[in-house]
Write a protein that binds this ligand. Structure first.
Ligand code: PGA
Length: 249
């Protein structure tokens, strides 16, 4: 039985004071929540938010991480620095990293392995562009991103991997994949994990859906057999929209 995992990606939003206000509201309102929760504020607010959710049932996540441990990498943030702030999880391969900042599968794979080496949980994002979907390539793209993202990852590390399927055309656009379309890709990705690691691991792995998740569509998505949670962007910025998703019925 897989537990639902609802994560909020705050992207490049919120000053420390604003992040603190949201974190306080979530800590209070999710106290009796039954699922696994995470918030991923900007690097600048990690320490502030970490102090507020300490001891609460909400994990602290970062939105990205360098592929190197330390050194001459101007503008990057290392796994050691994240761990120093109490970060437990890192989101890697988000579509904005892939398509705006041109991160490729090989770079993402190095980050995945480095994060795992240091004991962080990884949310590995995958997903196709609209033109790839229209060309009938959605499964193929998701398979490639999964296989390459996990290259060299041992089965013993799989417990620290979460996959987030985020069709790029559904992110921040208000267009959600239908629960049926999303579930079909989730089922396919689960099969890919099965091919790589065996059926038992495939059955266990958490696959979140992301892309315009809202209070109105959360329960319909979560009702699908292969959808085990959500990675929420826009709707994660306010307790009024994140809490109903996190407590979907
Ligand atoms: P969205 O973003 O919910 O605003 O579509 C999701 C994401 O990018 O993780």
């Amino acid at each position: 039985m897989r537990n639902y995992y609802i994560a909020g990606n705050w992207k490049m939003h919120k000053t420390r004071a604003e992040a603190a206000e949201l974190a306080k509201a979530l800590a209070a309102q999710l106290k009796d929540g039954k699922h696994k929760y995470l918030v991923a504020p900007s690097f600048t607010a990690l320490e502030t938010v970490g102090a507020i959710i300490k001891g609460a049932n909400i994990r602290l996540g970062a939105q990205n991480m360098a592929a190197e441990e330390m050194g001459a990498h101007t503008g990057e943030v290392s796994v050691l620095q994240l761990k120093d702030l109490g970060v437990q999880t890192v989101i890697l391969g988000h579509s904005e990293r892939r398509h705006v900042y041109k991160e490729d599968d090989a770079l993402i794979n190095r980050k995945v392995k480095l994060a795992l080496k240091h004991g962080l949980e990884v949310i590995l994002c995958i997903g196709e562009l609209l033109e790839e979907r229209e060309a009938g390539k959605a499964e193929q793209i998701c398979e490639t991103q999964t296989v390459k993202g996990l290259e060299g990852v041992a089965a013993t590390d799989l417990a620290n991997i979460v996959i987030a399927y985020e069709p790029v055309w559904a992110i921040g656009t208000g267009k959600t994949a239908t629960p049926e379309d999303a579930d079909a890709i989730h089922a396919y990705v689960r099969k890919v994990i099965g091919k790589l690691y065996g059926a038992a691991e495939a059955e266990k792995i958490i696959i979140q859906y992301g892309g315009s998740v809202k209070p109105e569509n959360a329960s319909l998505l979560m009702a699908k057999e292969n959808i085990d949670g959500a990675l929420v962007g826009g709707a994660a910025l306010k307790p009024e929209t994140f809490v109903p998703i996190a407590k979907f019925a």
